[in-house]
Design a protein around this ligand. Structure first.
Ligand code: SAM
Length: 257
């Protein structure tokens, strides 16, 4: 991992706690997190995605199922259902990054009250938002954690939804390896993300411009298989399903053993 994109200090945990004002209590969240909070998120996230994930505007505008569905061209429900279908009641599941809309609620429903869903995110504002969203869901908890940091698990499953296309290549490799390392023998790792659409896809030119302008790390998933980011792929079985003319993919890796 290069220095430029190396994860920095975790002072922002404090910010997430300060911002964690559960709706039920009616407590007011501070208008803005302390200034050191956003400084602790990786540079690629600040440089590229402040508008989407770190700004008040972004969190207010995007965190709605209808907006998520529009961004995914009407495929959100189908893709979320396809992840939930891989989960079993009672499972312990890691979700390595927050997702706008009701993704975490659907996964929490799938594991049920006897399961556990650990949602993590590197951005304090996202941790605070998701804690509020999952308040009252007893099997779910949210914490600040870098998906690229090792030492997770063991879990029965991982649900990694549209994270890889947003991170630089060295982060993709670290995240894929860490997600795979987080499950025990027989465990399941699900990645849902962008994929190279078929040549005739009417949205291909539009998505190409969107990626070139706004999402510079995404097109790598048009060229590379997710499996190829793993340093020990042979320890898993791999199954890839594509959706919507190939624009999206679900890759399920199951640890042998
Ligand atoms: C899962 S991705 C995108 C999901 C999807 N586009 C949506 O609708 O929300 C977005 C999240 O990834 C988080 N993120 C980015 N890099 C991360 C990292 N290294 N570790 C953990 N979370 C990360 C961002 O803070 C953001 O909340």
């Amino acid at each position: 991992m290069t220095d430029r994109y190396a994860p920095t200090a975790y002072a922002a945990d404090r910010a997430a706690d300060l911002m964690d004002a559960p709706r039920r209590t009616g407590a007011a969240a501070p208008a803005e997190p302390p200034r050191d909070a956003e400084a602790a998120v990786p540079e690629y996230l600040r440089d590229t995605y402040t508008w989407a994930y770190l700004s008040r505007f972004g969190t207010r505008f995007f965190d709605k199922p209808l907006v998520v569905s529009t961004i995914l061209w009407g495929n959100a429900r189908r893709l979320i259902r396809s992840v939930a279908a891989e989960m079993k009641p009672g499972w312990r599941v890691l979700q390595p990054a927050c997702v706008y809309g009701d993704f975490s609620l659907r996964v929490a429903d799938a594991v049920g009250p006897d399961g556990r869903l650990d949602v993590c995110d590197i951005a304090p504002i996202q941790v605070a938002l998701t804690r509020r969203k999952l308040a009252g869901v007893r099997q779910a908890s949210v914490r600040r954690e870098d998906a690229a940091a090792p030492g997770k698990g063991p879990y029965d499953a991982v649900a990694c939804f549209f994270l890889l296309h947003e991170v630089p290549e060295e982060y993709k490799r670290a995240i894929v390896d860490n997600m795979l390392a987080a499950v025990h023998d027989g465990g399941t790792v699900v990645f849902v993300d962008y994929h190279r659409p078929v040549g005739w896809h009417p949205l291909k030119p539009i998505m190409s411009v969107v990626f070139d302008r706004l999402e510079p790390f995404a097109k790598a998933l048009w060229a590379n298989e997710i499996r190829d980011y793993a340093s020990a792929p042979d320890a898993f079985t791999w199954e890839k399903t594509t959706y919507f003319g190939g624009l999206y993919q679900k890759v399920v890796a199951r640890r042998l053993g």
